[in-house]
Design a protein around this ligand. Structure first.
Ligand code: ADP
Length: 896
């Protein structure tokens, strides 16, 4: 029948639509028009990934099996949201000030940036999430099979495994496309967030439609519905206090600890204020989601044949009533719930796996040398992509091998209980300064082992992974070790039993081990940062980086953040410090800021280690220890104020020192200037005079001699004219008497012309020029001749001074906001940091003066660019000598 094909087509159209939405959102965000992308509404909707296929289909099944208990799954998050002021706000604030990228990152960062802990949390999160991803694949496949049965054409899609595989591949592709397009320093993904917000609306709408149809279309109104509910057994289900309490606790804990929830709630959050809206809007969303659960369950039990799977009522009810369109909508709703969960979970887990497992391994294999030369950025992105694929494949394998038999709800609860093991460590880390890394490790391990033993293994069914003998007699025959009756306490519901024991033993061992041990300085420092996050959102000084090489740091940062971001970061820091150029001093503040920026891409522990490798030395200075000791708020504030003041003084002093140094240099240069000018003029003058005297006085000169002397005179006169021209040009430019001749023309043409003029003449010594002409199609409106003069100068400098064996010059054009950056990067040995400060001065010649220029070229370039409203500067950290010309917005007409 056509239904299957239509269904597949609808899915494809829907996914394409999501792609388009995500793509559009990313574009808007890039162009800076994405303000609405970050509204509280979108934030609230993105939280709805809490409602996975488990809630969409499973809640009805849950209600059909256990009555109102399904509500606990909604009450937990509701309590968390209502109490946001107490806990969520703190998590979000910490997430923002510490640039946390995942829950593993938060925990590792809190406990002294311990990577071992991060690995533990990551592994636990992967183990806890895999069944859940399998669950989503299963629900999509099941819902497909419902249609397959209905249309009785089993041939086409009988192989449900391959359906699941296709779905898994599609989801992995989507996540890779939108989750790893670039490395955002804040680890935020506009496209993904907006796509899941759309899916949130779709699933809510679908469930409401099915609900409304059931109440008004099938049963015939609210009163009849109430009567039916009363009559059904759901109305009389007994409420079990212990199960309710522990399930509410469990769902609240999971809501805070699930990696995907942490991703949307903390990592993707960019305004604490959004929580205020979400605190009522999200519970409202949940309420509406759960509105029709019972009616659908009751009606399904009444009308559908005995033995139908209640997990699929949402789908089978409309189908049984012959409403294929509605069933299709409901299918899309379930599909949305499943896909958004898998996408965000894969994204969150891949960040953890790549930052805490792949990157540290890669770093230790390649050592610090590779950090400066290798392309870390690509490694990070590749690691992300493989991790995403890996996570989804794990989910698929679990689905394949578990057979997908168990009821949806129970897999969900097992997963919840797994990630809930993070709770003691998370809350302890945020509220208790005494919590230590050893404590965290102990607590997590104990909780994890208890969870595996009491819940995960038994959940596969008797004798699959857990022999019945152990179930009945306990491990090694010790009856107090029975998985469902630890310490001989019997008669509790197995789920309640597992939650109770795992969380309480976890918490207890965490607290005990923390109290017995003593935190390291870095742990204490981070502990103070986390617990008192509201008091000092400013940072402690954990780097003493006098020995640091800012150029090395810049090279490393460019590899991770990308050239543009890194240069912007360094430039703004240099400006803040009052230093000119791109290389700021490596103050502890700057290193701290840099560490934060890097941690967005590679995680805090790795960023800390990377900077540590370059800066060297201890990561905790004496000042840190003092800062940790200063526990009282007043002391903190006092020292903060002092610090600010002394920093201010240091900055002023630095500026003064720089100005002074420059003045001295200039005054030396001014003195040199006159003697330079007379010297430069005298040399050609002397030879002109000498040769013209010879010509005048000696009669017996041969024809050839006459020509030779005359051409020497001519050459010297030319050199003199050139020098005078340059001097004149410079003085005109400096006095601001130039008239600009504004014309329009293509940047590529200007470059063509400049290259041609710079390379003709002196024998084209094989300077290879590489360009990217695609970027050069920009229409300029400026003084093209003057601009060309600047380019000619830079290119001929590369020709004259580049000392590489195979000299090569790279011309790189980039567009930043509205300005155009044109970089001239050669592969010579570059210009040392001291010389960088003087080459733009008149008559400044540095290094071996092989080509014997007068040293006016760059000075003229600088003046010209200033007249054109742009600038030219030396760009450090590129390998060879590199100059950057910046053209202002006004000179670019429009990008073609
Ligand atoms: P000139 O006009 O004499 O070429 P410039 O002002 O253009 O002088 O350059 C000043 C100095 O800067 C040169 O003497 C040279 O040592 C150095 N310099 C300029 N460009 C480069 C380059 N691409 N590679 C190495 N050194 C350079």
């Amino acid at each position: 029948m056509a239904t299957m094909n239509i269904l597949v087509a609808v899915c494809l159209v829907y996914v394409t639509f999501l792609f388009a939405v995500a793509f559009g959102a990313e574009r808007a965000a890039r162009q800076g028009q994405g303000g609405w992308l970050r509204s509280p509404l979108v934030y609230t909707l993105s939280l709805s990934i809490y409602c996975t296929a488990w809630t969409f289909y499973g809640a009805v099944g849950y209600a059909a099996r256990s009555g109102m208990e399904y509500l606990t799954i909604y009450i937990g998050p509701t309590l968390v949201m209502i109490g946001w002021w107490w806990c969520l706000r703190k998590l979000v604030r910490i997430g923002r000030t510490q640039r946390v990228t995942s829950i593993a990152d938060l925990i590792s960062s809190r406990y002294g940036k311990s990577n071992l802990l991060a690995i533990g949390v990551t592994v636990l999160a992967v183990i806890g999430t895999t069944p859940y991803i399998a669950l989503q694949l299963q629900s999509v496949t099941l819902s497909f099979s419902v249609f397959a049965d209905a249309s009785e054409s089993n041939g086409a899609l009988a192989d449900m495994d391959s359906t699941a595989l296709l779905v898994a591949m599609g989801l992995a592709l989507f996540t890779i496309l939108f989750g790893t397009r670039n490395l955002d320093v804040n680890e935020r993904h506009h496209g993904v967030v907006i796509a899941i917000a759309v899916e949130a609306i779709v699933k809510l709408f679908a469930l409401l439609c099915v609900g409304a149809f059931v109440v008004w279309g099938v049963v015939g109104g609210v009163d009849e519905m109430m009567a039916r509910i009363d009559a059904s057994e759901i109305g009389h289900w007994q409420m079990r206090g212990d199960r309710w309490a522990s399930l509410i606790f469990l769902s609240a804990a999971a809501f805070l600890c699930l990696p995907r929830m942490f991703q949307v709630m903390v990592v993707e959050n960019d305004d604490e204020g959004h929580l205020r809206t979400a605190s009522w809007a999200f519970p409202a969303y949940l309420m509406v989601m759960s509105l029709f659960v019972v009616p659908i369950a009751v009606t399904g039990l009444d009308l559908l044949p005995e033995g139908s799977n209640p997990d699929l009522f949402v789908l089978t009810l409309p189908l049984a009533m012959g409403k294929e369109g509605l069933a299709m909508l409901s299918f899309i709703g379930g599909f949305s719930s499943a896909t958004s969960m898998v996408i965000v979970a894969a994204l969150a887990l891949s960040t953890m796996v790549s930052n805490h497992i792949v990157m540290p391994i890669w770093l230790s294999l390649t050592g610090s040398g590779a950090m400066v030369s290798g392309d870390v950025r690509n490694v990070v992105i590749m690691a992300r992509r493989f991790s995403i694929a890996g996570v989804v494949v794990l989910g698929y394998l679990y689905f394949r091998f578990s057979g997908g038999g168990a009821a949806l709800a129970s897999i969900g609860l097992v997963s919840f209980a797994g990630v809930a093991q993070f709770l003691p460590v998370l809350l302890g880390g945020v509220f208790w300064r005494g919590a230590t890394r050893v404590g965290a490790f102990t607590g997590l391990s104990v909780g994890f082992v208890v969870w595996v033993y009491c819940l995960l293994l038994p959940s596969f069914g008797p004798d699959v992974l857990m022999p019945t003998q152990i179930m009945q007699e306990g491990l090694f025959g010790w009856s107090w070790l029975r998985p469902q009756a630890l310490f001989g306490i019997e008669g509790i519901d197995p789920m309640v039993h597992a939650i109770l024991w795992s969380i309480s033993l976890n918490g207890l061992s965490f607290v005990l081990a923390s109290m017995l041990g003593f935190p390291t300085p870095l742990e204490r420092l981070q502990g103070a940062q986390f617990v008192n996050v509201y008091e000092h959102s400013s940072t402690p000084q954990s780097w003493s980086g006098n020995a640091a090489q800012s150029e090395d740091l810049m090279i490393m940062s460019q590899r991770i953040l990308g050239a543009r971001e890194a240069q912007a970061l360094f430039e703004s820091e240099a400006r803040r410090q009052g230093v000119s150029g791109y290389l700021p001093d490596t103050t502890p503040d700057f290193l701290q800021a840099l560490e934060r920026a890097l941690s967005g891409s590679v995680g805090t522990a790795t960023a800390h280690a990377m900077i540590g490798q370059i800066v060297g030395g201890a990561s905790v200075s004496v000042e840190d220890l003092l800062a940790v000791a200063d526990e009282t708020a007043q002391m903190m504030e006092y020292s903060n104020r002092l610090e600010a003041k002394s920093e201010e003084q240091a900055r002023t002093a630095r500026q003064l020192r720089q100005a002074n140094e420059k003045l001295q240099q200039i005054s030396v240069q001014k003195d040199a200037f006159l003697s330079q000018v007379s010297h430069e003029l005298r040399t050609p003058m002397t030879s002109i005079r000498a040769f013209s005297e010879i010509l005048r006085d000696s009669e017996k000169l041969s024809e050839t001699e006459q020509v030779k002397y005359a051409s020497i005179i001519h050459d010297e006169a030319l050199r003199l004219t050139r020098l005078l021209d340059d001097l004149l040009d410079l003085s005109v430019l400096e006095n601001g008497q130039v008239n600009l001749n504004i014309q329009q023309g293509q940047l590529s043409r200007v470059l063509d012309h400049a290259i041609a003029s710079a390379l003709t003449g002196s024998g084209q010594e094989g300077l290879k020029i590489s360009r990217d002409t695609a970027q050069e199609t920009v229409l300029l409106s400026t003084d093209l001749d003057r601009l060309s003069q600047v380019f000619i100068n830079l290119i001929s400098n590369a020709r004259k001074y580049c000392d590489a064996e195979v000299p090569e010059l790279v011309l790189r054009v980039t567009h930043r906001d509205d300005t155009i950056l044109i970089d001239f990067i050669d592969n010579g040995s570059g210009i040392s940091k001291n010389d960088q400060a003087v080459i733009f001065e008149k008559f400044a010649r540095v290094g071996a003066m092989r080509a014997g220029g007068a040293g006016l070229g760059l000075a003229i370039c600088r003046e010209i660019m200033a007249r054109l409203g742009g600038s030219v500067s030396y760009l450090p950290g590129q390998g060879g000598a590199a100059f950057r010309v910046i053209l202002p917005a006004s000179s670019a007409m429009a990008a073609q």
